[in-house]
Design a protein around this ligand. Structure first.
Ligand code: NDP
Length: 278
């Protein structure tokens, strides 16, 4: 029997999730159907109710509904509770709906696949929004030497540092106070790239051999990754692997099988490049 899954968002047209999950289903032989649904703002709850009432087994949830999904879930995984946001809902055997957040583990797994070491590294995160909340718990589990969060609005970085203090020391910062500091890994979690903007970063921010990761992805290197290349970053990656990684963890939660991410990342990258050339 085919089980039904979907992604809810608004807008949803460009979502790559149906493609990714169809790939996973073919790869693993799991009998699933996966669709996308544009949900009007303010109507997440009735839409989710209807989906599960009609036999749906699980949902992915994207902008702007991650907070609605957090409120909707009857139970939460510890990492979803910490993140304050849910990107995956799973129908449990007892009929309740479990909320999880797989964004952070998707990013950490991608860095492992890239061969990047996180333990003992000086890590800087740019931004203090929803995505950064999601990546903090799995990132802290990797035991970096230090973690700094720099944000345009300083008090949001301070709030995160305070809220996650039990996971380890986090230093909040404004961009100007990064002057004179160096980091081994810099993660861009701002949405500045979307508008082609870059936070103001000191010239000497990157330590020798530094890695730079942008949560955003695209056919071309993002402005942050262009900056990273110009400033001597040894390794650079965008968030396409994170997107596939979070999907793989959702699939695992639903089907208890972890699909291979590399062939799907490779295929999506090929499609993105082909679009650029078209
Ligand atoms: P939020 O709106 O929650 O947070 C935006 C953050 O960006 C805030 O810290 C904000 O600072 C900062 N910011 C926005 N514009 C600028 C600017 N011009 N200069 C400096 N800082 C700026 O967004 P999300 O956390 O949901 O998303 C962040 C990024 O992560 C997006 O690009 C999104 O596409 C990406 N993402 C990728 C995923 C993947 O799977 N690859 C998954 C989830 C997100 P302030 O607080 O001062 O406003």
């Amino acid at each position: 029997m085919t089980d039904t899954y979907a992604v809810f968002g608004n807008p949803i047209n460009h979502s790559k999730s149906p493609y990714i999950h169809r790939h996973f289903a073919e790869q693993t032989g799991e009998p699933i159907a996966y669709t996308k649904q544009q949900v009007p703002e303010g109507e997440f709850e009735p839409a989710a109710e209807t989906f599960f009432a009609q036999g749906g087994k699980g949902l992915n949830v994207t902008v702007p509904f991650k907070l609605d999904a957090y409120r909707y879930a009857a139970r939460l995984t510890p990492r979803a509770r910490r993140a304050g946001a849910v990107n995956t809902l799973a129908l449990e055997p007892d009929g309740t709906v479990l909320g999880d957040n797989t964004d952070g583990i998707g990013m950490v797994n991608d860095m492992h696949n890239l061969g990047w070491e996180l333990a003992g590294k000086r890590v800087l995160i740019l931004g203090a929004g929803g995505a950064v909340r999601g990546i903090l718990p799995p990132l802290m589990e990797q035991k970096p030497a230090s973690l700094t969060i720099a944000n345009r609005t300083l008090h949001k970085a301070e709030q995160l540092a305070k809220g996650f203090a039990d996971l380890g020391a986090i230093t909040p910062a404004g961009f100007e106070s990064l002057e004179g500091q160096q980091f081994d890994l810099v993660i861009n979690g701002t949405s500045a790239s979307l508008g082609g903007d870059l936070p103001p970063l000191p010239e000497s921010l990157l330590a020798p051999g530094a890695c730079c990761y942008d949560l955003m992805y695209g056919a071309e290197p993002t402005v942050f990754l262009q900056w990273a290349e110009a400033h001597g970053a040894e390794k650079r990656a965008d968030g396409l692997g994170m997107l596939v990684g979070q999907a793989a963890e959702s699939f695992y939660l639903w089907r208890q099988i972890r699909p291979e991410v590399i062939p799907v990342i490779t295929e999506l990258r090929r499609k993105l490049s082909a679009k650029k050339g078209a």
